[in-house]
Design a protein around this ligand. Structure first.
Ligand code: NAP
Length: 254
């Protein structure tokens, strides 16, 4: 296993972008990389390109299907040592143009998609007294950002959730990580109509994530400079934060 501690890894949202790049980066280092998403054709194409990848299509919003998916992975490859809960969706939306259907869909995929996986994984990992859960949130979850009304709150919830899991599960043998990317060049961001400072490729993102996971880091935030700016904004007093964002982000976009 080339020094990696995981035998079986499960990555959701692996049909494109960050998840796909991570599967490719792990392929020759892990005995089984089980990849999930809804697009079975893209998962199959990824599997054909790899040595140790197996495709397990699933819609993460369907809790029963997620349970069956985990059963199938563990039946064929053994216990999941590392689960990277990465499936996600993004919609540009501002408060005056609320679209409740899209908001609900964001919560269903980004938050309940993770919950559906945790509901199956936590009892199994607790019973084994080991396992590693990595949740892909975003630096967009640190503070409220303009036009992120359907996205930011889901990622803020995941960051909060990861802290709870870390506190409660780590003493019982389960490692918990939260992955907070800045901008990554993937199908998700390709049509964004605004500048994306510090944007990195999916391959660079995957390398950074893999390095952090190998070190069992709690938070993997990148790229370093942009993540640092976002962290400083989190520490800033509210009045100053609102003034800065209105001046440097919202006026420029107007
Ligand atoms: N790109 C960025 O700048 C950025 C920044 C911060 C955080 N992130 C986060 O990183 C993660 C990966 O995003 P990405 O940039 O790689 O975007 P992406 O290329 O659009 O990938 C999203 C993945 O999620 C899957 N997915 C969406 N809905 C699903 C569902 N209901 N069930 C199962 N899989 C589903 C998609 O596959 P199917 O459509 O085939 O189901 C796809 O594989 C997301 O959680 C995103 O919020 C991205």
């Amino acid at each position: 296993m080339s020094g990696l501690r995981w035998k079986t890894v499960w990555i959701t949202g692996a049909s494109s972008g960050i998840g796909r790049a991570l599967a490719l980066a792990m392929d020759e280092e892990v005995a089984t990389v089980a990849v999930s998403a809804r697009s079975d054709d893209r998962l199959e194409a990824l599997r054909e390109q790899c040595v140790n990848v197996s495709a397990h299509p699933v819609d993460v919003t369907d809790g029963e299907a997620v349970a069956r998916c985990v059963d199938a992975i563990e039946a064929s490859a053994g216990p999941i040592d590392l689960a990277v809960l990465n499936a996600g969706t993004w919609a540009l939306m501002d408060a005056p143009n609320l679209d409740l259907t899209a908001v609900r869909s964001g919560v269903e995929v980004n938050y309940f998609g993770v919950m559906n996986a945790l509901d199956v994984l936590i009892p199994r990992m607790l019973e084994r007294g080991r396992g590693h859960i990595a949740i892909v949130a975003s630096v967009a979850g640190y503070r409220g950002l303009p036009r992120a009304v359907a996205y930011g709150p889901t990622k803020a919830a995941l960051i909060n959730l990861a802290e709870i899991l870390r506190l409660e599960l780590e003493p019982r043998g389960i490692t918990v990580s939260v992955i907070n990317p800045g901008f990554v060049d993937t199908p998700m961001t390709r049509d964004n109509p605004f500048p994306m400072p510090g944007i990195v490729s999916a391959e660079e993102a995957a390398e950074t994530i893999l390095t952090g996971l190998k070190k069992r880091k709690y938070e993997i935030a990148f790229p370093r400079g942009f993540a640092l700016v976002m962290k400083l904004l989190r520490l800033m007093p509210n009045a100053l934060y609102f003034r800065l964002i209105r001046k440097f982000v919202m006026r420029r976009a107007a």
